[in-house]
Design a protein around this ligand. Structure first.
Ligand code: B1M
Length: 213
């Protein structure tokens, strides 16, 4: 089997050490880091994502695949940065101010990382201003917010409004999620997207970027 195919297969099976070793092997064989990323790792993750959506595999399988992706990214990231190749996109994520619920947000962050995005996780209880200042400092492409309480949801609107004030609106895409949040609410506050779960969040963030960018 071809090396990139082996990387994809092993990633789908969640074999993190094997995926890291094969990735090193591919680098040594002078395969371009971007090709390893696109045709090995992301190709494998796309299969995992489809299987998860069709309920052919379950969350633990996705988390194992994400761990394998992360282990390979440790190898590739310095090379991608050195060559100025954009990593899939930078996402600033957090649970909004006064919200301590972070289990769902953590899951979304893991899956985004697993799909090859660079994720800056601000944790929980994150003030609106912090989302904005970090997005600006880090030149992030996406701001992701999670809220589990009806009382904390308004912070999401505050972030959207601040993004407008700071000229980020439209340049940085804003995605919101969490049990009480809905598509209608996202629309109402002017967020770019709503996602109902981690896999859907990955698909949504992917949709913000042109193919193979
Ligand atoms: Co709290 N809590 N809690 N709680 N808690 C809820 C949310 C609640 C619905 C329980 C209830 O009353 N039935 C209720 C909210 C009511 C409301 O506002 N409508 C509630 C309450 C009231 C409270 C306190 C106020 C209780 C109190 O102290 N009186 C308090 C508030 C603390 C605070 O935040 N300031 C509180 C505290 C806590 C704990 C600390 C004990 C703990 C949180 C621990 C932690 O997160 N580290 C906790 C928990 C565990 C829950 C429940 C039981 C479970 C939440 C969870 O983790 N679900 C919850 C009841 C419930 O939801 N059934 C409840 C699993 C997780 C994987 O799902 O977070 O929905 P979820 O994330 C999903 C999607 O929503 C989506 O993808 C995830 C993966 O599929 N998603 C995104 C989430 N964020 C996303 C972001 C995206 C995209 C998708 O893009 C960026």
């Amino acid at each position: 089997m071809e090396l990139l195919e082996q990387i994809s297969e092993n990633l789908q099976n969640g074999f993190d050490e094997k995926v890291a070793a094969l990735t090193k092997d591919a680098v040594e064989k002078q395969i371009h880091p971007k090709e390893i990323l696109q045709n090995g790792l992301i190709a494998g993750m796309n299969v995992v994502s489809k299987k998860f959506k069709n309920h052919d595999i379950f969350l633990p399988d996705v988390l194992l695949a994400a761990r394998a992706m992360n282990s390979a990214m440790e190898v590739l990231k310095p090379l991608l940065i050195k060559e100025g190749i954009p990593i899939r996109g930078k996402v600033v994520i957090g649970s909004v101010k006064d919200d301590l619920h972070d289990i769902g947000k953590n899951l979304v962050a893991i899956l985004l990382k697993g799909a090859g995005f660079e994720v800056i996780d601000l944790g929980n209880d994150v003030p609106a201003e912090k989302f904005i200042s970090t997005a600006m400092e880090e030149n992030a492409h996406v701001i992701g917010m999670s809220a589990l309480l009806t009382t904390t949801m308004p912070v999401m609107k505050k972030v959207v409004d601040l993004a407008k004030d700071e000229g980020l609106y439209g340049r940085v895409r804003i995605i919101v999620g969490g049990a009480p949040v809905s598509k209608e609410y996202a629309l109402e506050i002017g967020a770019d997207a709503y996602s109902y779960d981690g896999a859907n969040a990955v698909e949504t963030v992917e949709s913000f970027f042109p193919v193979n960018s």
